[in-house]
Design a protein around this ligand. Structure first.
Ligand code: UDP
Ligand code: MN
Length: 264
């Protein structure tokens, strides 16, 4: 059924909550029929919890230091993987039969409920190394068994990039070869700030993007926005491309129109 499927995101602090809110609103704007879940950690303020609860069906606090022994142990062995292990917590949402994880720095541009037709682990190629999947958007099946195996893998092997993407790629290592149905089209995880060197492809397919991902260090909430012009201010670096600017403006339009009023 539809009510046992959910979109899931993660925010460990109030800044990432701004991203989660815009993402949640973008899913609502495009009339998703699935539940919306956000995982948070104890650092998230009371105010943001209240605001998140206006948009998400479930706001679930995850505290690794206070978790079951096996999680706590994995955490103590690899404290540098804190945020990564928090993301893995999405596998414990066993009251859902299938979920789609979306990073808090993603924005949905159209209805993407069709992703629930896919199976674990489905994801799109990483723009930097296409034999790896990007872990900003993935389809998964909650399972305590899988969760335990992932934590064991983290404790034993760590992560080759220090984050969830390295860990998930080494755990789901057959992704690139085993089943083409688990390769999501790139338009489900289009990085906004990658300089695409195959520009005819971007011209042909870029406008079909369904999920844009603001990966990297400059997140939308780090920019300044002018609501009069509906445009982010150029931070002076001059390195922001035209298509990136239009995705940033879209993020900010949702933030300004629908998220700021939630604070009133
Ligand atoms: N995240 C978080 N707090 C942090 C860092 C990351 O909540 O301090 C979550 C958030 O959902 C974020 C995801 O982990 O979207 C992955 O991190 P990020 O998007 O910054 O990595 P990138 O996509 O840029 O590699
Ligand atoms: Mn991201």
């Amino acid at each position: 059924g539809l009510s046992d499927q959910a979109f899931v995101t993660l925010a460990t602090n109030d800044m990432y909550c701004q991203g989660a809110l815009v993402l949640g609103q973008s899913l609502r704007n495009h009339r998703t029929t699935r539940k919306l879940v956000v995982l948070i950690t104890p650092q998230v303020s009371r105010l943001l919890r209240v605001i998140l609860s206006r948009l998400f069906d479930e706001v679930i606090e995850v505290d690794l230091t206070d978790s079951a022994d096996y999680i706590h142990l994995a955490f103590l062995k690899r404290p540098e993987l804190g945020v990564t292990l928090t993301k893995l917590h999405c596998w414990t949402l066993t009251h859902y039969s299938k979920c789609v994880f979306l990073d808090a720095d993603t924005l949905v541009l159209s209805n993407v409920d069709e992703l629930f037709a896919r199976t674990e682990l489905s994801a799109a190629p990483d723009p930097g190394w296409p034999d790896c999947f990007n872990s900003g958007v993935f389809v998964f099946r909650p399972s305590l068994e899988t969760h335990g195996l992932l934590l064991q893998h983290a404790a034993d092997h760590g992560s080759f990039d220090g984050a969830d993407q390295g860990l998930l790629n080494s755990f789901f290592s057959s992704w690139s070869t085993a089943d083409i149905h688990k390769h999501l089209p790139f338009i489900y995880n289009l990085s906004s700030n990658t300089a695409y060197t195959y520009s005819p492809a971007f011209k042909q397919f870029g406008s079909s993007a369904k999920v844009v991902h603001f990966l990297g260090s400059a997140k939308p909430w780090n920019y300044k926005y002018n609501p009069q012009t509906g445009s982010v201010l150029d931070q002076g670096s001059g390195s922001v491309s035209q298509h990136q600017t239009s995705f940033l403006n879209l993020w900010w339009r949702v933030y300004h129109r629908s998220i700021l009023p939630l604070y009133e």
